[in-house]
Design a protein. Structure first.
Lengths: 537, 1065
């Protein structure tokens, strides 16, 4: 029985280089971090030779000539890892997903298909190269020996039985991936290679480093025996399609979407799972985008992105592809991609299938799927930002609210009967009921108005095509804020307006049948105009 | 007319956004006659507001917002001196019983302090945070009524004003309505204020950022903690009248109340303590007696010049009534003498023969012809300033505690040090408010202000760009703008390193006191400049590392050499010392050890004490910027004729070869050339000093010209004299100060030359200090033939000590140099070792059980445990092998068993019939190589006592054509050379036009390299980050000053040992 380990050295760099073949022969440094701060997180051998060090700032790294600097791409790392697994599965059904940059295959029974192990190893290297991966491959009878050899030795290595310890002895001790504190102790001891570690007396070593020391010792000797941990099928439900011709029309896009959603739902069904959310990512055509960018070059902050993304957050897990397609279409109708689409990636966040036991005497509530469809239709009509439940924000800005998604009652209380409210809560709600409060009807958006001033005081107001005399005014009440990003500044007036009887007829009714009303008007200093914010009841 | 009676300055720490000076000038611009600043729980900004207001002809009214136990703040205004004393005491008592930065006051305490008549304080009902708003919010109208009535009871009905503020907010207007109702019912006057938090409207942004800092929020999440609008700036009378058009009495009352507030800070009531004089004599008589006693000892009976000078000085002291001050300083000196604490006065006090006679200073001002008026003059009307240098550390603390004890806890306090926002702190705090990622913040703060020299590109913008910020982004632009506006705003109050103020009676009635972070210390709320402005006498008790080194050296010499060295009686012209100075072999010597000093010493070629005085003063920004250094050195070397600006100035400039080098010379020049009096000359210095003002400079210059015209000095000569005076006054070093420092420099040089072992041990025991890091001090001492022994657990003490080997002294490194070893563990090791020697690592662990594995490992790694092995060949790795086993808990099952075994073994060892634990007999680990030992030494102690890292590679380096540092002196000027070494210092001085100076060390000495700005730009990363460098360039060897003008710089891989350098930022 033998095993082959495949290791991708400089995995982070290779993940980037895989998508940009021109970088293969260059010195490459990968930077990562939170914008605008980036530091070097990986570099290939060539880059290290010219002086690039891990942790260096991007600006420092940029001072080295001939070094290509690229940003880390976690998505590409993920796909590279998947490609690595594919490489394994392309040869053997028994694959261990050891770590991100290393997998192990059981080669049992492959001799008859591919020939001797050496041939299999070279075949793997060749296939890896085809996938854009420069892999190190090691074959041994022992899984860990194969992994260590792949990690520490270049190209293809075959370790015959009995030579494990000898072949591993030159490898640096950090190849064993010991815990940092153990590595520090070993460094202090001057134990730098596996051979030196293997030469230490094991009992005395166990007195000093415990069982972990013994494990590392065994590992260094190539004597750690274990069985393969088979990789589970991926939980990553993602389907993607690159289009030969770009698609601009929604109908054509729906067709592709429908196919992808069908496949996705089938995969989910096979695993007895549903989708909690669906993420649709559209890659946009560049030439079209370029044209747009040229026209909009004056404002760099409004560049058209290369990607367009929509997320369907579902109220309950579902996997009915037809419903999902309807939802997706509605979302795209309300906000279509800004350019022609050349690639679509759809991924699902999987969840367990919904199981609900309805109470016999509970009032019937709409099916969540239907409700979601209705909400999507509404959003399509009035815009995403205008659907949901308004929440007050902690700011002095008078009309600031944010919309939160409606939640189903079951969702809110976990599908159980609502708990009896605590005595305190009851009291407070009672207090709220008894406390007299003025009602205020807020107009969103505010209605443009015209105001006549005398000595700085408003005396007449015009809105909705009518005018009224201001008989009493209180103000101005000034608010301003967000000077650091999106400044606003307003002066509000509470005014009592008396409308003439003729005006009363024309007046669009905020307060039907009344000649007088209490209104809130404001002057927006940024827009330099008057607005009607609403009316007091 | 309107007077603003409720304003906060930035000294309300994060609750106000304008400096007191900005408030005062805004007040003057709005033609307001007076204004009151009420900072939170303190008088922090009061002196600065008072001084600034005085200049702008604004009456500075004083008060404070005092926090109550219930959470509101009483806005209190000071009506009379009694009121001021009361508020100071109230604040002091609340501060002293709480933690730093906290404190509240109770009603009962106010009542107790103020008595029945309101105690000279006026109380307002306050704005958002006042008692009225608090009561209305919590209990409605009835509670508000009770609250105001309570204020009337506490402060007296006629001392309570119902405060109305209008910031265009509905809630506030509701409160105003209630307040008016209460005022009417209780028949109290109403008062309009604007609750000012900043002088100008645009400063609201700073206030918002401060709110974020205070509440640990970001601007995005602070919500309603930020201001509702920008209305809290200082408004003019007309604006306020318009705002309160419906309540004219509220405006009128501001004038009425302002006229009641008669107290200003010139009426502080401060008195200097009276020195208790025996026998009923006057303080002056006592001082006179002490001075003449001292004069006899210092000058003998026949020195007529000294007698005359002392008589003159005593007359001035008597006239200014300063006898008590001198006696108090003399008393501190006497205490130090009794306690064997080294002390020496410095600064302008060294100009006084009285100070010299009293033993306060050690420089003879008569012999050196120093100018007394630089220290004290009748015209100035200021307290003199005496600074005392003490050994840093415990000895200085003893002197400070003596002053506390002598004048009582409320009679003496340290002056404060106002910590202000600078580039880094501002960028960090504002960055946090802007919700920048912590990594961005770290990068930003590490980039801001890296070097002393700023080239044209080294702007804040460039630094932000380097940190990866997009300067085109509007938000980033706002961030940069705020960073600039944040500069100099107060951040918090620290403690000044040595300034102490003392007072006759209760200091807490002069200025509020606060607890300092350090236990047993009390701090006043003003910094030393404020104290000086307010006429409070200050004595600086400064800690000087070199004083501690001198003191420790003397002790070591006494204990180990068995000799007694008296610093005041050192041989005056020791040839060895001068020879050493001439060679610039001055590593470790006080003030003359830096690279710049070393490059000057061979050219100056000191031969007497005065040359050292010049040497100390010449490498300063003044002479360098004023281009005095080269002319002086050339004249000294006879390469330039000695000329004088004017024949009449010859007596003044003769001893510095016609080149003005000291402040005193400028003053004397003004006195001779323009006929200034001593006091006027000092006034000139101040006019051009740090707090310079254009108008004052112009006035003085005019006076100078008039005086010179009168004395017949005109034309080019006049212009030259004016230029040299004006360009030099700011940066010049006082001769007296230089002389005091030169004494210490001479003493340090003498001790290093004659008692190298003692001096080196003392230097190592007082780190960090000076220009060089411990490894360089050790290497230098080794080059001078001193043996330095490694740390050894069987004989090292906590500090470095001396050992005698072959009749010569060697330094044994102390355990303090073991990185990560706790002092208490070190003490435990030494205690246990005193009981009986350690026999093994196990024994050490058992007897010092609190020692941690990490500590043991470092000890083993640096070889400190080598002698614990009981057989030959026990090396560092053997110890490490044992440490790992010893430190590992055996587990409950084997613990007892192990102990029994270990005890058995130990008994056998003591009985001499076993060689210890079997396991300790050896280890399977290989011995460390030389490079590994080097790495371990640097990692574990920051230095090595073995060969310098460069020494291991000398043969290879020679093959590469690299010269050693020692070789360079013998090579001709202009030769192309290649040098290499470990960088021990990097400097980019502000005065050097962007040039970078590197000091590189090898086993033979230190080589200096000069890097041009262009080359630095090219090799920035290598120069700043590499530990070892190879530099090619042209050798400059002039007058025995050797350096290499760099042309090519390459990193050199010598060792992976973590060596360090001293980089000057």
């Amino acid at each position: 029985m033998s095993f082959a380990a495949i290791h991708i050295p400089d995995f982070i760099v290779q993940a980037v280089v895989r998508g940009e073949a021109a970088l293969r022969e260059r010195a490459v440094a990968i930077v990562d971090g939170t914008p605008p701060l980036w530091s070097v997180v990986a570099a290939n051998r060539r880059a290290a030779q010219v002086g690039i060090e891990l942790g260096m700032a991007k600006s420092q790294a940029a001072q080295f000539t001939g070094v290509e600097i690229r940003h880390r791409l976690p998505a590409q790392e993920k796909t590279t890892h998947e490609a690595l697994l594919d490489l394994g599965w392309s040869v053997s059904p028994w694959v261990e997903d050891s770590v991100q940059d290393t997998i192990v295959l059981d080669l049992a029974g492959l001799r008859s298909v591919f020939g001797p192990e050496e041939k299999i190893a070279h075949e793997l290297a060749k296939r890896g190269s085809g996938l854009g991966l420069s892999a190190r491959i090691a074959v041994a009878e022992n899984i860990e020996v194969a992994i260590l050899a792949a990690r520490g030795l270049p190209d293809v290595t075959l370790i015959p039985p009995g030579e494990e310890a000898k072949r591993l002895s030159a490898l640096p001790v950090h190849t064993l991936l010991p815990a940092p504190e153990i590595l520090e102790t070993l460094t202090r001891w001057g134990v730098e290679s596996c051979g030196r570690l293997a030469a230490l007396p094991v009992i005395q070593l166990s007195e000093r480093l415990g069982q972990e020391g013994v494990r590392l010792h065994t590992l260094a000797r190539g004597a750690l025996v274990r069985s393969l941990v088979l990789a589970k099928p991926s939980d990553n439900f993602q389907e993607e399609m690159e289009l030969d011709d770009s698609v601009e029309e929604l109908e054509s896009l729906s067709f592709v979407l429908g196919r992808l959603l069908d496949q996705l739902c089938e995969r989910l069904a096979a695993r007895s799972l549903s989708a909690r959310s669906i993420r649709m990512e559209f890659e946009l055509e560049r030439s079209f985008e370029k044209g747009l960018q040229l026209s909009a070059h004056a404002d760099q902050h409004k560049l058209i992105p290369r990607k367009f993304e929509k997320i369907l957050t579902l109220p309950v897990p579902m996997r009915d592809s037809k419903v999902l397609l309807k939802l997706a279409r509605l979302r795209l109708q309300s906000a279509p991609p800004p350019a022609a689409v050349i690639k679509i990636v759809i991924s699902a966040e999987a969840d367990r299938v919904r199981t609900t036991q309805r109470g016999l005497f509970l009032p019937a509530s709409p099916e969540p799927e239907r409700l979601e469809l209705t909400m999507a239709r509404l959003a399509n009509l009035v815009g995403d930002a205008n659907v949901g439940s308004p929440q007050l924000m902690d700011t002095h800005r008078p009309d600031a609210i944010r919309m939160e998604r409606f939640r189903l009652a079951q969702e809110a209380v976990g599908g159980r009967r609502k708990k009896a409210s605590a005595p305190g809560e009851k009291d407070s709600s009672a207090a709220r009921m008894t406390k007299p409060a003025n009602g205020f009807r807020l107009l969103r958006p505010s209605v443009p108005a015209r105001v006549e001033l005398r000595d700085g005081l408003p005396v007449r107001v015009f809105f909705y095509g009518s005018s009224g005399e201001i008989v009493a005014a209180s103000g101005p009440w000034r608010t301003s804020g967000e000077w650091w990003q999106d400044p606003w500044e307003q002066a509000e007036w509470d005014v009592e307006v008396r409308f003439s009887s003729s005006a009363q007829k024309n007046k669009r009714s905020l307060n039907p049948g009344s000649e007088r009303g209490l209104y809130l008007i404001y002057y927006d200093l940024r827009q330099q105009g008057w607005f009607l914010r609403g009316m007091y009841d | 007319m309107y007077t603003e009676l409720h304003a906060r300055s930035a000294f309300s720490f994060l609750a106000g956004a304008s400096l007191p000076e900005e408030l005062a000038s805004a007040c003057a611009e709005r033609e307001m006659e007076a204004m009151a600043v009420l900072d939170r729980d303190g008088m922090y900004g009061a002196p600065r507001f008072y001084m600034a207001a005085k200049k702008s002809n604004v009456r500075a009214l004083i008060g404070a917002e005092v926090t109550s136990e219930e959470g509101w703040r009483y806005p209190l205004l000071v009506e009379s001196r009694k009121g001021y004393q009361n508020i100071c005491r109230l604040i002091t008592s609340m501060k002293l019983r709480a933690k730093k930065g906290e404190g509240q006051i109770s009603c009962a305490e106010i009542a107790r302090q103020l008595g029945n008549d309101g105690g000279g304080l006026i109380c307002l009902t306050g704005g958002d945070e006042g008692p009225l708003a608090h009561a209305l919010a919590s209990g409605g109208m009835e509670a508000a009524m009770n609250s105001v009535q309570q204020l009337c009871e506490l402060f007296g009905r006629r001392n309570v004003y119902v405060e109305l503020q209008r910031h265009y907010c509905r809630d506030e207007e509701v409160r105003n309505k209630r307040a008016l109702e209460i005022a009417r019912k209780l028949n109290l006057p109403v008062l309009a204020t604007n609750g000012v938090c900043h002088a100008l409207p645009e400063q609201r942004e700073l206030l918002d950022v401060f709110s974020c800092v205070r509440h640990h929020r970001t601007l995005a999440t602070a919500g309603r903690l930020l201001t509702r609008n920008g209305e809290r700036h200082l408004k003019s009378g007309a604006e306020m009248q318009k705002l309160f058009a419906d309540l004219p009495e509220a405006i009128a009352n501001t004038q009425v109340l302002a006229s009641r507030l008669q107290f200003t800070l010139n009426d502080l009531g401060y008195q200097f303590p009276i020195y208790p004089v025996p026998d009923g004599r006057s303080q002056m008589q006592f001082l006179r007696d002490r001075t003449y006693d001292g004069m006899l000892a210092r000058y003998g009976a026949d020195n007529e010049r000294a007698r005359k000078q002392i008589a003159h000085e005593l007359a001035v002291i008597e006239k200014l009534d300063l006898a008590g001050y001198f006696l108090i300083v003399w008393d501190i000196i006497r205490f130090c003498g009794q306690q064997n604490i080294l002390v020496q006065g410095r600064g302008s006090a060294a100009n006084s023969a009285v100070c010299y006679a009293l033993g306060i200073t050690a420089v003879d001002p008569v012999g050196m012809e120093l100018l007394f008026e630089r220290f004290l003059s009748e015209e100035r009307g200021e307290w003199p300033d005496i600074d005392l240098d003490l050994p840093s550390g415990d000895q200085r603390e003893r002197a400070i505690q003596y002053v506390y004890e002598r004048y009582g806890k409320l009679g003496a306090a340290m002056t404060a040090n106002v910590i202000t926002y600078r580039g880094r702190s501002a960028a960090r705090e504002i960055g946090k408010a802007f919700a920048f990622d912590p990594e961005v913040l770290n990068r930003l703060t590490s980039l801001v202000g890296a070097w002393e020299y700023k080239d044209a590109n080294d702007t804040l913008e460039r630094q932000f760009q380097d940190a990866g910020l997009d300067l085109q982004h509007p938000q980033i632009q706002k961030f940069c703008e705020l960073c600039l506006r944040f500069q100099d705003l107060p951040r918090h109050l620290g403690q000044h390193s040595g300034g102490m103020v003392v007072c006759q009676g209760q200091l807490d009635s002069v200025v509020p006191l606060e607890p300092a972070t350090m236990p047993g210390r009390v701090v006043v709320q003003w910094d030393k400049d404020d104290c000086a402005d307010m006429g409070i006498v200050k004595v600086d008790l400064l800690g000087l590392g070199m004083m501690a080194v001198l003191e420790d050296s003397l002790k070591i010499i006494r204990d180990d050499y068995g000799e007694e060295v008296d610093l005041s009686r050192l041989p005056a012209n020791d040839p060895v010392v001068y020879k050493t100075l001439q060679k610039a072999d001055t590593v470790g010597m006080f003030q003359i050890e830096s690279r710049a000093q070393m490059s000057c010493l061979p050219r100056l070629h000191p031969v007497c004490f005065y040359d050292i005085v010049v040497q100390v003063a010449i490498i300063r920004p003044g002479p360098i910027v004023g281009q005095m250094v080269n002319p002086y050195l050339k004249r000294r070397q006879g390469r330039e004729p000695v000329t004088c600006l004017h024949p009449s100035l010859e007596p003044v400039l003769a001893r510095t070869l016609g080149v003005p080098l000291f402040q005193e010379q400028l003053l004397r020049m003004a006195m001779i050339a323009a006929g200034f009096s001593g006091g006027e000359a000092e006034e000139l210095r101040r006019a051009f000093g740090f707090k310079r003002s254009e108008r004052r400079m112009k006035d003085v210059e005019l006076k100078l010209r008039r005086g010179m015209d009168k004395n017949g000095i005109s034309g080019e000569t006049q212009e030259t004299i004016i230029r040299s005076i004006t360009s030099f006054a700011l940066y010049g070093f006082p001769e007296s100060h230089a002389a005091s420092f030169a004494l210490i420099a001479y003493a340090s040089a003498y001790l290093k030359c004659h008692y190298l072992a003692a001096f080196t041990a003392a230097m190592l025991n007082n780190q960090p200090m000076g220009f060089y890091q411990p490894p360089s001090l050790v290497t230098d001492a080794q080059r001078h033939g001193l043996r330095v022994r490694p740390i050894d657990i069987t004989c090292s003490n906590w500090l470095c000590t001396l050992e005698k080997i072959d009749e010569k002294f060697a330094v044994r490194l102390g355990l303090r140099y073991v990185k990560g070893l706790r002092a208490e563990i070190g003490a435990e090791i030494i205690r246990e070792r005193g009981v009986r020697p350690f026999t093994s690592v196990d024994d050490l662990k058992r007897r010092v059980p609190r020692i941690q594995k990490g500590e043991l490992a470092v000890l083993a790694e640096v070889g400190a445990l080598n002698r614990l092995g009981n057989q030959r060949g026990f090396h560092r790795r053997s110890a490490l092998w044992q440490v790992e086993r010893t430190a590992r808990p055996a587990g409950s099952l084997y613990e007892l068993c192990d102990d029994v075994e270990k005890d058995d073994v130990e008994e056998k060892v003591w009985a001499g019939n076993a060689s210890g634990n079997n396991d300790s007999a050896g280890s399977p680990l290989a011995q460390m190589s030389a490079e590994e030992r080097l790495v371990a030494d640097y990692r574990g102690t920051g230095m090595t006592v073995g060969p310098h890292p460069m020494a291991y590679h000398r043969a290879e380096l020679r093959k590469m054509g690299i010269r050693s540092a020692a070789e360079l002196a013998g090579l001709p000027d202009g030769m192309q050379v290649r040098i290499a070494g470990g960088v021990i210092a990097r400097q980019r001085p502000g005065t050097a036009k962007g040039f970078v100076f590197l000091s590189m060390e090898d086993e033979t000495g230190i080589a200096n390299a000069i890097i041009s700005p262009q080359l630095f730009e090219e090799c920035h990363v290598v120069v700043v980050h590499q530990q070892f460098l190879m530099i090619e360039g042209q050798l400059q060897n002039q007058d025995n000053v050797v350096s290499v003008k760099s042309q090519r710089i390459r990193p050199l891989i010598i060792t992976s040992a973590p060596t360090t350098s001293h980089d000057f930022h």
